[in-house]
Design a protein around this ligand. Structure first.
Ligand SMILES: *Cc1c(COP(=O)(O)O)cnc(C)c1O
Length: 435
């Protein structure tokens, strides 16, 4: 062992050794996978050292790994797992749909119904189009905004994640689509006003997550989002809310909670009931540009855009499980959990902050509550490393970067278990913290 390691690093290394010892089958399977995929990986976010857990099955709010462990699932498929793993209404809808054929090659009995449910739920969406992922929805919205406005630049925020090819954590990402990006700090209305004074006529759109997700679930302030609304309106550029994650918050997404209506909205994650789905939509005058009755309409193709599994699962989810009423109740229930966790952690140490909104939660350790991606401290990163390892060893799976995503099948006693594990990890962290 490296004698220069800090007590914290040594503790992490011990836990990793314990993790490796307890998960031999995962290690074997991941080693085999390396023969065919780089590092055994086809989804970067799932990698961590020494190796990720291979999951064998899910049931309700629980995950079962190949090494025989059962865990409460706070990974929640990065929020796509809202319904848990075995929601009967979704399983039934999909098997019924599949019994009538899978690849029909024409408009089917599902897509218009799902479109109606989506448009009636989200205030900004007069018309919608489907695609296969949140990434695709955002790229399509970006191209649409450039075409509709005749402008090139797109404003995004530091720490934002709009998909694998629109990632803005800490500067340049070589995998980004090569658009004319302007990257601004999140929750900084003055910076946004200034960029519109200088570059307003060049800006096609502003993309914003109403809760900045990957950077640590940081809620946008009303003032910030309202400033974006005003500035885009004045300049004739489009305000696009990426509600891929946040549309689960309440009965109409964050746009419904705040009463701020963007020009376009993108959706994904849970929307397909756990099946692959993305959607982009907005004002009728923008979306009607895709109307194929019209000469010169914009084209948007995609073999699986209306695939029956995603359509049927999405309908079952929104119409019979995650109704507007259930969404409101889930927001209340999960927000009360978030606030309770916040109080419990503040009692452990006042520098703990439990950010996010409702069922999208992160923990930070900092002297002031973080307002942007740049506010992530070394202590926050350390605490999350500890939490994800303690979780995997203690029966609660968190994402490697420390998100806590709650899902519908979680019970109050599940949430108590999660809360206790986090609080005990926080107490342990103070013993090893490098101030
Ligand atoms: C996950 C996510 C995306 C990308 O969605 P995929 O379906 O993974 O391509 C885009 N924006 C936000 C805010 C997300 O959380």
């Amino acid at each position: 062992m490296n004698v220069n390691m800090s007590p914290f690093q040594r503790r992490i290394e011990d836990l990793k050794d314990q993790y490796a010892a307890e998960n031999p089958r995962s290690r074997e399977l991941m080693a085999e996978a390396e023969s065919w995929m780089p590092g055994g990986n086809t989804r970067s976010v799932l990698h961590f050292d020494p190796f990720p857990l291979v999951i064998e099955k899910g049931e309700g709010a629980k995950l079962y790994d190949v090494n025989g462990h059962v865990m409460l699932d706070c990974v929640g498929e990065f929020s796509a797992g809202l319904y848990g793993h075995s929601e009967p209404a979704i399983l039934k809808a999909v098997s019924e749909a599949m019994s009538s054929g899978i690849v029909l090659g024409g408009p089917n009995l599902y897509e218009a119904r799902l479109a109606e449910l989506v448009c009636k739920r989200f205030a900004s969406m007069d018309l919608v189009r489907f695609c296969n992922s949140g990434t695709e929805a955002n790229v399509l919205a970006a191209v649409t905004a450039r075409e509709v406005t005749g402008r090139s630049a797109i404003v995004v925020f530091d720490g934002a994640y709009h998909g694998g090819v629109m990632t803005f954590a800490g500067g340049q990402n070589p995998m980004n689509v090569p658009f004319d990006w302007i990257v601004l700090p999140y929750n900084d209305p003055a910076a946004a006003r200034e960029v519109f004074i200088k570059n307003g006529r060049r800006i096609a759109a502003v993309f914003v997550e109403p809760v900045l997700g990957a950077a640590g679930n940081i809620a946008g302030t009303y003032e910030f989002l309202q400033t974006l609304r005003e500035e885009t309106e004045k300049s004739g550029s489009l305000l696009i809310f990426d509600e891929v994650k946040t549309s689960r918050l309440g009965g109409g997404g964050v746009q419904g909670i705040l009463g701020i209506t963007p020009d376009m909205t993108t959706l994904g994650k849970y929307l397909g009931g756990g099946f692959t789905l993305g959607a982009f939509g907005g004002r009728a005058d923008i979306m009607t540009r895709f109307n194929p009755h019209e000469p010169g309409s914009l084209k948007h193709a995609g073999t699986f855009n209306n695939n029956v599994c995603s359509m049927a699962a999405g309908i079952a989810g929104l119409s019979s499980v995650f109704t507007k009423e259930r969404a409101e109740a889930f927001l209340k229930q999960s927000e009360s959990f978030r606030l309770r966790l916040g109080e419990a952690l503040t009692n452990v140490h006042p520098d703990f902050h439990v950010t996010g909104l409702g069922s999208l939660i992160s923990i930070h350790f900092a002297s002031v509550e973080p307002k942007s991606g740049a506010d992530t401290t070394k202590e926050t990163r350390q605490f999350r490393d500890l939490l994800s390892l303690k979780g995997l060893l203690g029966g609660v799976a968190f994402t490697g970067r420390g998100d806590i995503f709650l899902s519908l099948p979680m019970t109050d006693s599940d949430m108590e278990i999660i809360l206790k594990l986090i609080v005990s990890t926080a107490t342990e962290y103070l013993d090893f913290r490098e101030a």
